[in-house]
Design a protein around this ligand. Structure first.
Ligand SMILES: NC(=O)C1=CN([C@@H]2O[C@H](COP(=O)(O)OP(=O)(O)OC[C@H]3O[C@@H](n4cnc5c(N)ncnc54)[C@H](OP(=O)(O)O)[C@@H]3O)[C@@H](O)[C@H]2O)[C@@H](O)CC1
Ligand SMILES: [K+]
Length: 526
């Protein structure tokens, strides 16, 4: 699914009006009605007190449409106009009149004295500012947003939490609605995927307001995508009837050191379980028995007694994962440097191998094109330096992958896969994945997919999706705390199978508590 910029959404808005022969007012009516239907489906006439805060632009116009429908359906709705400017849009003005015609006279908020009381039991609808926000919010609107955030009531934001910019970072002094849920129009905005916006975006969904899909599909400059089930389904390689293990590649996993044989064991097992035909582990001698006993299917070659120093192997892999548990002892560092100078095979580089690269950045030049690096944010920072905010981080990421012609899997709540100047945001998974060895397993899954001839960027996208999906599937049975890296391996089969089974449709969170539990993947739809 494309992630669109504010500018692209405004273009789609214009094209839709032109191509469908409708007025902008009709489009606003449609958008507001879709939001109302969403709310009505969940509230079913519940007498809860609903406070709708409308700005004076088109986001406010949407709020007024919602207020009118809610009033007509007998909801206990209270509408407020947030008078932060005198420049009302036509959409606002027309719907203001329509609302009054329907018998609702909104309360105009001009100062702090006009703020209504809000309790934790109330539902708030935030239609103060949308994607038209282009500067810092000032004056009483800042206080109003804080006032809305205080009681921890359920807050539904329309299009985007007010105060959040669609395409740039907010500053630390900015005030933003902390939305419990956001109904965004047609496509997500990149702001929803950035860790820095976590306090403001809890769950979100893109709702179909009938914008011109052909126009959206024709947009050439879209560079950001959300990875969906259908994307990975289309990547999946079906096995031929007459295939044999030789068709599915040979992964070599280089890693481990005394006390960290578990890491390389997890990676090797993951490579095997993601479908690599053969897997060999090159490990320190001290890990020989451990690995052989843990995974009889994996072949083992050994290096020095307690760490990897020589990086020499006799097996004939088609891809190599390097780094899990490898450590940063001097001999390992110099061995890795020598290895990079002679190696021609594509690599999946993780953990301490990444740290070695950040100690000596010249080594980055030696990484074969199409290799995959899988840093977590701290490892990535060591490679590229500090960033000012998440947009700056994503720019650094794009520059880094284009410079070295590689793929980077930047791990996090929404792991980002970067290739060329494109970014793919993963949405499977949950905090259960924040557990020791989780990254080692991801490296193994990805290397196993590259071994099977998945394109590196596909292996990265597919592998990250599957890895996250295991947690999405498992957590209702295991809980978050008992879910470990080994659980990821246990559920990998189910994650594969889930690609070909229908998801049970999920109800979006009811307006009952501020932060309902979320499993992101299945909540998204357009
Ligand atoms: N996508 C679609 O197809 C559809 C979109 N729709 C809806 O339209 C929304 C966008 O509406 P919008 O363009 O009127 O902007 P909105 O966010 O309401 O802001 C209003 C104005 O406020 C101003 N302003 C900006 N920053 C400010 C600040 N810090 N403090 C004070 N003022 C500030 C600025 O005006 P300025 O003062 O710069 O002239 C701005 O224009 C969109 O989010 C969605 O809800 C649907 O209705 C139909 C289909
Ligand atoms: K809003």
């Amino acid at each position: 699914m494309e992630i669109l910029t504010g500018k692209q959404i405004y273009q789609a808005d214009k094209e839709t009006i032109k191509n469908q022969g409708i007025t902008s007012l009709e489009l606003m009516e449609r958008a507001g009605t879709v939001c109302f239907n969403w709310i009505h489906q969940r509230l079913q006439g519940n007498p809860v007190k609903i406070l709708i805060f409308c700005g004076i632009g088109n986001n406010g116009g949407d709020g007024l449409v919602i207020a009118r429908h809610m009033h007509q359906y007998g909801y206990n709705v209270h509408c407020f106009v947030v008078n932060f400017s005198d420049k009302r849009t036509e959409g606002f003005l027309e719907n203001y009149d329509k609302l009054k015609d329907a018998g609702v006279w909104p309360t105009v908020i001009k100062s702090v004295d006009d703020f209504p009381e809000i309790t934790a039991q109330d539902v708030v609808i935030d239609a103060i500012l949308g994607i038209g926000l282009d500067r810092k919010i000032e004056g009483f609107t800042v206080d109003l947003i804080k006032h809305i955030n205080t009681p921890q009531s359920y807050t539904l934001s329309i299009d985007i939490p007010s105060g959040l910019f669609a395409d740039k970072s907010i500053s630390t002094t900015d005030t933003v609605i902390e939305a419990s849920h956001t109904l965004t129009f047609q496509r997500p905005k990149i702001a929803f995927l950035l860790p820095e916006n976590e306090p403001f975006i809890y769950t979100w969904e893109a709702i179909d307001i009938g914008l011109d899909e052909n126009f959206i599909a024709s947009l050439k400059e879209v560079k950001h995508f959300i990875v969906e089930k259908r994307d990975v389904q289309s990547m999946y390689k079906v096995r031929d009837k007459f295939s044999h293990k030789g068709n599915f590649g040979h992964s070599l996993v280089i890693g481990g050191s005394y006390g960290k044989i578990g890491a390389v064991t997890l990676t090797s097992k993951a490579a095997l379980k993601s479908g690599s035909g053969l897997v060999t582990a090159l490990i320190p001698e001290c890990g020989y028995d451990i690995l052989q006993i843990s995974i009889p299917e994996v072949m083992v070659e050994v290096d020095s007694e307690k760490q990897i120093e020589l990086f020499q192997y006799v097996s004939q892999p088609n891809v190599i994962a390097v780094g899990p548990g490898i450590g940063t002892l001097d001999k390992t560092i110099s061995g890795f440097e020598k290895f990079l100078k002679s190696n021609k095979l594509p690599l999946v580089i993780d953990a301490d191998a990444l740290n070695i690269l950040s100690i000596n950045k010249k080594l980055l030049e030696l990484i074969p094109e199409n290799s995959i690096l899988t840093p977590h944010p701290k490892e990535f920072e060591r490679l590229v330096g500090k960033w000012k905010n998440d947009h700056d981080k994503l720019n650094k990421l794009k520059k880094f992958v284009t410079k070295y012609k590689i793929v980077v899997v930047l791990k996090g709540a929404n792991t980002v896969i970067a290739f060329n100047d494109e970014l793919y945001f993963n949405t499977t998974g949950n905090p259960a994945l924040a557990t020791a060895g989780s990254g080692d397993v991801l490296t193994g899954i990805i290397v196993g997919l590259v071994a099977q001839n998945y394109l590196p960027v596909e292996a990265a996208i597919f592998g990250t999706y599957l890895h996250g999906k295991t947690a999405s599937l498992a957590v209702s049975k295991t809980g978050i705390e008992t879910f470990t890296a080994s659980t990821i391996l246990e559920y990998l089969g189910e994650a594969y199978l889930s690609l070909f089974t229908e998801d049970t449709p999920k109800q979006a969170p009811p307006p009952a508590s501020k932060k309902p539990p979320q499993d992101t993947d299945d909540e998204l739809y357009v």
